[in-house]
Design a protein around this ligand. Sequence first.
Ligand SMILES: [Zn+2]
Ligand SMILES: [Zn+2]
Ligand SMILES: [Zn+2]
Length: 110
Amino acid sequence: MSDELHHHTPDQAGLDAAAAELAAGGIVAIGNGLLTRVHGPDLCAGTSCWVHTPSTHGMNGWPVHWRQDKGTAERVCEHGIGHPDPDDTAFHARAGRDTTVHGCDGCCRR
Ligand SMILES: [Zn+2]
Ligand SMILES: [Zn+2]
Ligand SMILES: [Zn+2]
């Protein structure tokens, strides 16, 4: 008697919800996966935002690494070092938080 194989089909409702959120702009593809529950563009209107309206800085082309522990967005340089995204630190600064401290190899100051 062989063990019966159980095929788990993806939860269609979950997929539909994810697709709907993606269409609404709630999910952003980043360097370390998919970031969900992203704020809507109406919440950052008029300010620079690393998701919706990135300012021109030298790290624009670098992959984004989301720091789940800190709730911040970092840009990863060619050496694998994460540097806080300037638009993200500006967002936190407006909320009274300093998120600029990081182990830096100097790339974000170039
Ligand atoms: Zn935004
Ligand atoms: Zn570097
Ligand atoms: Zn840095």
